[in-house]
Design a protein around this ligand. Sequence first.
Ligand code: ADP
Ligand code: MG
Length: 436
Amino acid sequence: MTDVIKLLPDAVANQIAAGEVVQRPASVVKELMENAIDAGAAHVRLLVKDAGRTLIQVIDDGKGMSETDARLSIERHATSKISSAADLFAIKSMGFRGEALASIAAIAHMEIKTRRSDQELGTQICAEGSLVKSQKPVQTPKGTSVSVKNLFYNIPARRNFLKSRQIEMRHIVEEFNRVALANPQVKMELHDDNSSRYQLPKGVMKQRIISLLGKNMEQKLVPVKVETALADIYGFTGKPEFAKKTRGEQYFFVNNRFFKHPYFHHAVENAYSQLLPEKSFPSYFLFFQIDPARIDINIHPTKTEVNFVDGQGIYAVLRSAVRKALGSHNLTPSLDFDTEQSFSSQASSAHRPVRSPEVKMTPGYNPFEQQDAGRMRSSPPHSPVAGRKNVDWQALYNSPSPGEPQSQPIDNTLITKENENEKAYFLQLHGEYIAS
Ligand code: ADP
Ligand code: MG
């Protein structure tokens, strides 16, 4: 019998890879915008026609590509962002797999126009189904413009599977939002069928949230900030009274990359426990800065799944940071938990009682230190609020919320950055201790 295994032609291999990378027009938006960010753009424009079926174009003023680089950019596993396996543990860029442009070029008509600032003439490449149809010199502004037309033209099943214009556009806007929120220092625009949907000036994080989601966001958010050896977490979380009836406006970013994380989401929800009416969802915009060697983003081609080496410790840091933010918010006159009516009257239908969070510092006390579960549940000896409600620590961190996975047991190695050899400070909130 003859041998039967053969290497697939590039065009076929690219089409297979595209199946994972490009699920819908919004995936193209994500990949092209991230490339623009990686190219150091100060201004990124996204143009969309027919919710991406007819055209998706991203124009940036970043560093551009040489003639040869432009030609190589649509080859699979061609990237300027990493060159060795070791680099995988120190990734600072959005891309690194070198497969987005190759995948998109396999299933669409693509035109790239690009020029580096040290070149007078740029280059234009037209490709279709992984084949380069033409490449020629062209006059073009510094930076790169990538146009993707007739997406899935050669995969009718995928094209027919696309949802309504409205739904596909919603996905596109969501991807745009994620990149926009992660990069407030970059001016960004979204034009949809020749009308301008977003014009976002460059600014800081809060300004970006407001220009994307509306002026009224300003009064709805409280700042979150914590710096520890495991992670720095910054951002904003929504005041409980503005929690929404639907999910959305829930954003985690790690090293400026949007990611989804049910376990950390649970930590945030847990921080809100007893502050939210039932079936309502807090908004949050939380940015984690973590040593790239302590995370793995190479789990899935779309890179929205991230593994954290210190997941359990970060869970605790996150939960306490959000809780602390909500506690300090309580000190401001805009929301007075002591007069429960102010919250419950705004909290509409679900009349769950809300207890006043009492924030007291207990420096040096570490409830995790005590091995004996019985002692852990009793009030600590130096607690200024001894005699308050007893707390089961493991239950506190492990109690699941509806629809969320059971959280993992918590690690007892919380260490603050400033004082790594000493115990963390603990806050008391609702008679429960949280690390600070
Ligand atoms: P990756 O981003 O993972 O490297 P891509 O397929 O998205 O893979 O892009 C391949 C390469 O093409 C990039 O590494 C980069 O060198 C170049 N490139 C893509 N888009 C741009 C852009 N907008 N500006 C400059 N270079 C780009
Ligand atoms: Mg890329």
